[in-house]
Design a protein. Sequence first.
Length: 200
Amino acid sequence: MAGIRRTLGTAPTRKQAATAEIVRDMLAHCPSSLSGQRDQALLTLGFAGALRRSELVALTTDDLLFQDRGMLVTIRRSKTDQDGSGQVIGIPNGRRLRPVDAVRSWLAASGITQGPVFRSITRHGHLSTQPLSDRSVATIVKTYAHAAGYDPRGFSGHSLRAGFVTSGAQTGQDALALARVTRHKNLSVLQTYVRDDAPS
């Protein structure tokens, strides 16, 4: 079973889930600076789309289609889609985290109209043309977890994805509906993402 779980992409280290409550705590510490706006967009979209860190940093403006009440995000390649056929997920704006608004604000503030969505920013505030590394996603999650009063050692880039599933389970959402976002084909694997000790 352990081998199967590794193959299917579960989280063997069982990092803490960044649930909706925890993400809201993190967002309270995002500054109004350019990097803060990027981080707010990254955290909210990573949670709302249950995205892996590699999927977040691979996003380009061509992968985002804004609509009246949300947006469609195209995942060009993922851990479970090695042939690159692509998968599309819908991201509602919601009432609390408002990921679509956060992404719109980030793109407007940064002036990004094409290319990578999430990019590195120098200490002097200059925007790179290169995407963030997947390690940078983990660092951002840990940084804001620490700022919000949580032990950063328990968090990783995977915490956003686990947080989406855990929050959905806590609010009684249908497993199939969750799987449409996470793109899990096996519901038993999806269940391994639920953290029973996460705040509800």
